[in-house]
Design a protein around this ligand. Structure first.
Ligand SMILES: *Cc1c(COP(=O)(O)O)cnc(C)c1O
Length: 439
């Protein structure tokens, strides 16, 4: 499989190149150059298939020229010591829980697969890489966890001092080893600006291989396709009518991955794009006009995105045809009020805690189902984060506090190790040269 930039239909790159480049040279995003037809593979999957098996089958189908069977085996077994759980939530609505990984959110899937893939590619050529990333909290911890202990890779993570939660800070700063936390005396925007400048710096590029691991990286998108296929295999014999997936969305990476599964032959009726009031994609579906704007703060803050970065990929998949996109994707907008109601309702009725992002998805699924055909539809809603990560909001809605999973709580007792630096590109450059310049 080769990949093209969303902005240039002529130069294709390998998976390896797409992974290390992150962004295409013209600023576009990489997307599959050709259509695959894996329908018969999907239909043959047994309901007892494991997640690792799905990951192996899919990786082999996608990259037969680039990865050997042995490499694929190493990648999927290292990447996925955790797996999704599919459970029935209520009539016709299932939850695909994607929060059983180290950072308790679905981003673990992408980060972990990317880390394993990069480690495998680097081992083959005896090279080292420095991953540079800025975080406002969650993404950085998924990346740090995923790359911890990987050979030939160092991770430098910048975070704004005093502006991440205490738990997030501990997640970033207590791993040690090849994970280096830089506490920046500034804002998240400063962190991002410093990272951007470092990538452009010729002095740095001359002495080290800098690479990114951010959410637009194709190596993070591909593994997100696997859990849709996994859910399909588990459910296909039990769905009486139509099958939908409902995806709580921000940057629309998760939804794009689902649409790719469909493009590659997975039988599914459609997708529901659930957003909070940051609703540029639902508005696009309604009006045909895409108008990005500044984001508004909500309870589901990982979905507070005013200019979703994966929209460009979605458009490429549908060749810019809004009608074609509408035929496959329905938009549903959920307010904070509805999110809280939904959290409270499911705690009371089903004794289940939902985090605010998953709750927005569940609300969207219920509304869609009521309007569509409640007799026959099955909707799988993606459970994107563990409710224990958002204990305060959940407690406010329900009066009870969900437990923080042990793997998260444990870091609270560990000692923070971070290097404080000023919010100037020069201080990051000095740090990088001192630390990695001699490699
Ligand atoms: C990142 C995130 C989302 C949004 O996912 P996208 O792929 O950016 O649309 C939803 N929920 C949680 C908990 C997240 O961390």
């Amino acid at each position: 499989m080769r990949f093209l930039s969303t902005r240039d239909e002529h130069t294709s790159v390998s998976f390896r190149e797409a992974v290390f480049r992150g962004l295409a040279p013209d600023g576009g995003l990489f997307h599959p150059a050709t259509d695959l037809d894996l329908k018969s593979t999907f239909l043959e999957l047994r309901p007892s298939v494991t997640f690792t098996e799905v990951a192996r089958i899919m990786t082999a189908a996608l990259f037969p020229e680039e990865l050997s069977g042995e490499q694929i085996e190493r990648i999927v077994s290292k990447a996925f010591p955790f797996r999704p759980e599919l459970r029935r939530l209520t009539d016709g609505v299932h939850l695909l829980e994607l929060f059983h990984g180290p950072s308790c959110a679905f981003k673990d899937y992408g980060a972990s697969y990317l880390a394993a893939v990069m480690e495998e590619f680097l081992a083959g050529e005896d090279a080292r890489a420095v991953i540079l990333t800025a975080t406002s909290g969650d993404t950085g911890s998924a990346v740090a966890q995923a790359f911890h202990g990987r050979r030939n890779i160092d991770v430098v993570v910048l975070y704004p001092s005093g502006r991440v939660s205490p738990l997030q800070e501990k997640q970033l700063t207590t791993l040690g080893g090849n994970i280096h936390a830089l506490e920046v005396d500034g804002s998240f925007d400063d962190c991002q600006r410093m990272v951007k400048e470092a990538f452009l710096d010729e002095d740095l590029r001359a002495v080290m291989r800098l690479t990114s691991a951010n959410s637009i990286n194709l190596g993070r998108l591909i593994p997100q396709v696997f859990y849709y296929v996994y859910a399909f295999a588990k459910l296909k014999e039990h769905v009486p009518g139509e099958l939908f997936f409902c995806v709580p969305s921000g940057n629309f990476g998760n939804l794009t991955a689902g649409v790719l599964a469909w493009k590659w032959g997975m039988p599914v009726t459609g997708f529901i794009a659930a957003t909070n009031v940051n609703d540029v994609v639902p508005s696009y579906l309604e009006t045909g006009v895409f108008s990005p704007r500044s984001s508004v703060r909500t309870l589901s803050n990982a979905m507070d995105v005013g200019n979703p970065s994966n929209f460009e990929r979605l458009q490429a998949i549908f060749a810019g045809d809004v009608e074609a996109m509408r035929a496959m994707i329905a938009g549903e907008v959920v307010t904070d009020e509805e999110t809280k109601e939904t959290i409270a309702y499911f705690r009371e009725k089903e004794n289940v805690f939902l985090d605010p992002h998953t709750a927005a998805g569940v609300r969207a699924a219920q509304r869609f189902r009521a309007r569509h055909d409640p007799q026959v539809d099955t909707i799988v809603t993606l459970g994107t984060a563990h409710p224990g990560k958002f204990g305060e909001i959940v407690e406010e809605a329900t009066g009870a506090r969900p437990e923080i999973p042990k793997r998260l709580a444990r870091v609270l007792d560990l000692e923070k190790q971070a290097t404080l630096i000023a919010n100037e590109p020069e201080s990051l450059k000095t740090y990088l040269l001192e630390r990695f310049g001699g490699v």
